[in-house]
Design a protein. Structure first.
Length: 295
């Protein structure tokens, strides 16, 4: 009876890892395609797209068409796409294996991953390589790597968060490209500020990166490719910690129809995360300062 149960459990684990592998390939190819499209400034020769989002397999088609003439442009997309896909696969595999037996020691998990038989009764080279890397690391370093991976996933253990991020009834591109103007409010309770900060940071990062893309020119002048301008109003934004994408993008966001309104209680809040050499205030067109209340 125990053997049958163990076989069923191994079958489910193998299925989940197989799905994770396919998902990681999808994510890696999609990332590579988008990176290549950005490098080529979304050239018309790239073909059809949906809101500047290309099919994941586009990078393969483009490579067959142009690898002999512009091979250098494929280096960064290939490397970053492979890295992103491999990281996704590693996180998924670690999560699946760890959740299959939460009480199993970490060293035993890595050892099982090293010899676990996947498709066609063979070990997966990427999984085995990641497991070998973990086993070869000193115990302190291996623990640090595992803690880092788990820290990125810990927020999704919250059933409320997991339920709310399991599906979405809108797309980020709707903020600027929907038929009707769209407003998105992101509100958290003060007690949940620290717990939900990683999730809010990811969302702000995605809004900036997806909205500030696809700039085209007509007659030498930038042409708006959006239906609505976007007001990115962030109250108490230093509470999100240091956001490199925000500091780097403030200078060019207006060119994409995005106006940022950043609010903080004190300039020292800004210095605490971005240091006194910060580049946020210098890129703000208007700065307003209000004196503190006397009561």
């Amino acid at each position: 009876m125990k053997d049958h149960k163990r076989i069923r459990e191994r079958g489910w684990i193998a299925l989940k890892i197989g799905v994770a592998f396919l998902a990681s390939v999808f994510v890696g190819c999609f990332s590579a395609s988008e990176i290549f499209a950005v490098q080529t400034h979304f050239a018309p020769a790239l073909g059809a797209h949906y809101g500047y989002l290309y099919a994941p397999w586009s990078i393969i088609v483009w490579w067959h068409l142009w690898h002999e003439t512009i091979a250098s442009l494929f280096t960064a997309p290939a490397w970053l796409g492979t890295s992103i896909g491999a990281f996704c696969l590693l996180i998924c595999v670690v999560k699946v294996v760890l959740l299959s037996d939460p009480e199993k020691p970490a060293d035993q998990v890595w050892a099982d991953m090293l010899v676990y038989l996947h498709r066609d009764g063979e070990t997966h080279p990427l999984v085995a390589s990641a497991a070998r890397d973990q086993l070869n690391r000193p115990q302190e370093e291996a623990g640090s790597v595992l803690s880092t991976a788990q820290s990125y996933l810990s927020i999704y253990r919250d059933p409320v968060v997991a339920k709310n991020v399991s599906h979405s009834d809108f797309r980020i591109r709707d903020l600027m490209h929907a038929e009707k103007a769209t407003t998105l409010y992101i509100v958290t309770e003060p007690v949940d500020k620290d717990r939900l900060k990683p999730l809010i940071r990811v969302l702000v990062n995605m809004i900036v990166r997806i909205s500030a893309s696809g700039l085209t020119f007509e007659g030498g002048m930038p042409k708006a490719n959006y239906k609505h301008r976007l007001l990115l109003m962030l109250d108490e934004f230093p509470a999100l910690g240091r956001l490199e994408i925000l500091q780097e993008s403030l200078a060019f966001l207006p060119g994409y129809g995005i106006k940022a309104c950043l609010i903080c209680q004190d300039i020292n809040q800004l210095y605490a995360h971005y240091s006194k050499d910060e580049a946020i205030t210098s890129t703000c067109h208007v700065q307003c300062a209000f004196p503190p209340q006397s009561h």
